[in-house]
Design a binder for this molecule. Sequence first.
Ligand SMILES: [Zn+2]
Length: 148
Amino acid sequence: MTKECSSGGCGPRAPLTAEQEQILLGHGTEYPGSSPLNGEKRQGTYHCAACGTLLFRSTAKYESGSGWPSFWAAEPEGVATRRDTSHGMVRQEVHCAECGGHLGHVFPDGPPPTGLRYCMNGLALDFRPEVPGKAASSSSVEQGGWCA
Ligand SMILES: [Zn+2]
């Protein structure tokens, strides 16, 4: 799988695969343990795979042991929830606030400080690793080094 940022920045990647559509548009659930994002430990941000909206940050990611990428906090602007009473359960469904794509569910059994567990489908997420040095624009620029 290749994924790269063009010179115009990181836009949404398109088109979605059939599996991604099944989750984002069809409220599907990926097979537990199937997402490579389960073991993702790098610093970075998680975006909606459909529209590119910022949803989660790596700083709120933790290992829940559920088999799905889990977070204890979401970006308030990027994520919205809705009561879901399907399958005989009452759950909080989590979706992208921008495009409405289904992401997963949130449960009240997460770690502090929020006590929440955002249980996400890795296929609905687009992980963008932090580029070292890119965020340090305000720090002192190295002096010299190459031709002036
Ligand atoms: Zn979206």
